[in-house]
Design a protein around this ligand. Structure first.
Ligand SMILES: NC(=O)c1ccc[n+]([C@@H]2O[C@H](COP(=O)([O-])OP(=O)(O)OC[C@H]3O[C@@H](n4cnc5c(N)ncnc54)[C@H](O)[C@@H]3O)[C@@H](O)[C@H]2O)c1
Length: 294
């Protein structure tokens, strides 16, 4: 700190300091992107990380449009959340299915007047398979397609179809922002394990497309952020055997536990509100680096 600025700092009278603090507070809240009274499209919103995100954004006053294959869970969540939630049975690997869900969401937005504030592309699957198995059989192309079609193609297709409805938003706040795209990668994008070629390829691609997506959308004031979680409690990780979980815990640094969906949702909320988060991949892993094998 220079002498001049130190003097300025220490010569302030209390009322001036208070005034300065209130100016600072005013500035921070002015720059935050607004969640309330905006609609967020959340794929995979009927379970796990997507559901926690939907509940958190909803509790902050958002309207949530949940896109998922699981219609039973989707309808139940909408009846719990009430009028600010809608469910669309959607298969993100099917372009027409996404189109129907986006069209349905836009029809809802037309009624409510709560424009699209963001997309959270959370639908995802894992299907382990070695590139070549013990019988020297290569991994089936159908299992590679299955994972890539949902995790990568489905993510990009949803974004592609939703974005034209965001570029026409009224610019908001001092930055003139029009919304945010949030994607879910995984630790496997960086340290994929044996048997994860397809999953790691899908998640690595999501991580890689984050910066060019932010660059494409910057002229509209739309941001792109990817979150890369390690092991979080969800339906996906419930299927893991005790032995697999135990060896994952051993690879953890601190804390030695699975992440909780609400801890993930808090990072989504900050990614929505904090306009400086853009074009980046946020690891959410307690310093865990996955070993080659479990
Ligand atoms: N839980 C973890 O440990 C973890 C770690 C890293 C990354 N992830 C990623 O987080 C995302 C959310 O996973 P989760 O852990 O909450 O799992 P989850 O199984 O609880 O939720 C995934 C949701 O996606 C839906 N879905 C699957 N295929 C779909 C399709 N074709 N169309 C529409 N919806 C579909 C499922 O019905 C489910 O509701 C996934 O992309 C996953 O790869 C999870």
């Amino acid at each position: 700190m220079s002498d001049a600025s130190r003097n300025v700092h220490f010569n302030l009278h209390a009322p001036t300091l208070l005034r300065l603090e209130s100016v600072t507070f005013y500035c921070l809240s002015t720059f935050a992107m607004k969640i309330a009274d905006r609609t967020f499209i959340i794929s995979g919103g009927a379970s796990g990380l997507g559901l926690a995100t939907a509940k958190d954004l909803h509790s902050a006053g958002a309207y949530v449009s949940l896109l998922d294959l699981n219609a039973d869970s989707g309808s139940q969540i909408v009846s719990e959340l009430g009028a600010r939630a809608k469910f669309f049975e959607t298969d993100v690997s099917d372009t027409e299915s996404i189109k129907a869900a986006v069209d349905g969401t836009i029809a809802w937005v037309t009624q409510t007047g709560k424009e699209i504030g963001g997309v959270i592309a959370g639908a995802g699957v894992g299907l382990p398979g070695l590139i070549v198995d013990k019988k020297n059989e290569p991994i089936s192309i159908s299992s590679i397609d299955f994972v890539l079609n949902i995790n990568l193609r489905g993510t990009l297709d949803l974004i592609r179809q939703a974005v034209p409805h965001m570029t026409t938003n009224k610019p908001a706040g001092p930055d003139g922002e029009r919304g945010v795209i949030i994607m879910i990668a995984s630790s496997a994008a960086f340290d994929g394990q044996m048997g994860q070629v397809a999953y790691a390829a899908s998640k690595g691609a999501v991580a890689a497309l984050t910066l060019p997506l932010a660059r494409d959308l910057s002229r509209y004031g739309i941001r792109a952020v990817t979150i890369a979680p390690a092991m979080f409690d969800s339906a996906m990780t419930k299927m893991m055997g005790a032995k697999v979980k135990e060896s994952l815990y051993k690879a953890m640094e601190f804390p030695k536990r699975a992440g909780q969906p609400d801890e993930f949702a808090r990072v989504v909320r900050d990614s929505v509100e904090n306009v400086m988060l853009n074009g980046t991949v946020l690891r959410l892993d307690g310093a865990m680096r996955m070993p080659a094998r479990l």
